[in-house]
Design a protein around this ligand. Structure first.
Ligand code: ACO
Length: 327
């Protein structure tokens, strides 16, 4: 049986930097509150007309280059996003068109901030069962487009970006995606959602007036559940592989809040040096946060053949997930 390994990574963030100080001018907040409560100093925001597939296509091209492959080599493109360009066609189809991946099938998956690990898991199955050889896995979101910029509870948290991992088939048993574990609890859907604009509550003058087509979040409740879900899913990943925290080289967590990540690190006694943080400069980029972090580490030479990586994410749905990878 074949297994899947990450042959290349890529990422892209929009040029425009929005600092906490800039947000002080539009909502009742301070740089100090945002930094101490979330770890965020600034975020990137897509310009008008710049959509999710634009960011994702840039990340995908960069991953192809990193892997030394051409777009026509791709069999499949899976895009994890909650900010698709439009309801349909899928953002994956838009990426396919932009990069010229003429042979590839393409679709999107919706699992909010856990989306990248969900997509990775799907790609892993397609490679293991022998159907595909080369799959582009994308986590891409432009949350700025669905953020209520008058709501200080949410607008300080999010940023835009895209990350890519190019999965290839290998017969080498010592490397690749070792495991993925996916979880959901739809009974907690109301903690984090966009109430209107879909089939449940189609967009109307009233939904626009009530600002129901923006993200709403019960942050404090979400925070507590996130810490437990991330801790549990990391423990599952470790015990499934029969390894301890000490044997893992890097823990890449979804970057929603530095305090969530620190709490998980403390509970599992993971040294800070093994937990990279990119939230300070990008905020919460949803499905993009893990692949962006992965790409930065890869390009900085902090990931080598044999590096053992545990990834874990948490987000709307509620959904959560973990994965163990041997580079
Ligand atoms: N500036 C200043 N004050 C603020 C701000 C702000 N931007 N936002 C909230 N406050 C105030 C609140 O109004 C509250 O004031 P009060 O005590 O007078 O009522 C006080 O700060 C504390 O509010 P809390 O909500 O208790 O603050 P908390 O420490 O929980 O931090 C935060 C809020 C950052 C949202 C945190 O709860 C969090 O990160 N939650 C989890 C987010 C998450 O993981 N989401 C999942 C992924 S996102 C996705 O899937 C798209």
């Amino acid at each position: 049986m074949k297994s899947a390994y990450i042959a290349g990574t890529g990422s892209f963030v929009p040029e425009e930097v929005v600092s906490n100080f800039a947000l002080e001018k539009i909502v009742d907040t301070t740089d100090e509150w945002i930094r101490t409560r979330t770890g965020i100093s600034e975020r990137r925001v897509a310009r008008q007309g710049e959509c999710t597939s634009d960011l994702a296509a840039r990340a995908a091209r960069s991953a192809l280059e990193n892997a030394g492959l051409e777009a026509r080599d791709l069999d499949l493109i899976i895009t994890a996003t909650v900010t698709p360009d439009m309801f349909f066609p899928s953002t994956g189809c838009m990426v396919q068109r932009k990069i010229g991946a003429t042979r590839a099938a393409a679709f999107d998956i919706s699992a909010a901030c856990s989306g990248f690990i969900y997509a990775l898991s799907i790609a892993d199955q397609f490679i293991k069962n022998g159907q595909y050889e080369n799959i582009m896995v994308l986590g891409a979101d432009t949350l700025s487009k669905i953020t209520d910029w008058t709501d200080r509870n949410t607008c300080v948290l999010f940023g835009d970006g895209a990350g890519a991992a190019l999965l290839r088939a290998t017969t080498d048993k010592d490397r690749g995606i070792l495991s993925t574990h996916l979880y959901s609890d739809g009974t907690l859907a109301e903690l984090l959602q966009i109430p209107a604009g879909g089939s449940f509550m189609p967009a109307s003058e009233e939904t626009l007036k009530k600002r129901l087509h923006y993200i709403t979040m019960k942050g404090n409740e979400t925070f507590k559940i996130a810490v437990k879900a991330l801790t549990d899913s990391v423990q599952t990943a470790l015990s499934h592989q029969g390894v301890s925290c000490e044997q893992v080289d890097l823990f890449i967590f979804h970057q929603a809040n530095a305090r969530i990540i620190q709490s998980v690190g403390e509970r599992l006694s993971i040294p800070e040096s093994k937990i990279p943080l990119t939230i300070g400069k990008y905020g919460n980029t949803s499905a993009a946060s893990i692949p962006i972090t992965l790409d930065e580490l890869n390009r900085e030479g902090k990931i080598q053949r044999g590096t053992l990586i545990c990834m874990a994410a948490f987000g709307g749905g509620l959904t959560w997930a973990s994965s163990m990878i041997r580079w």
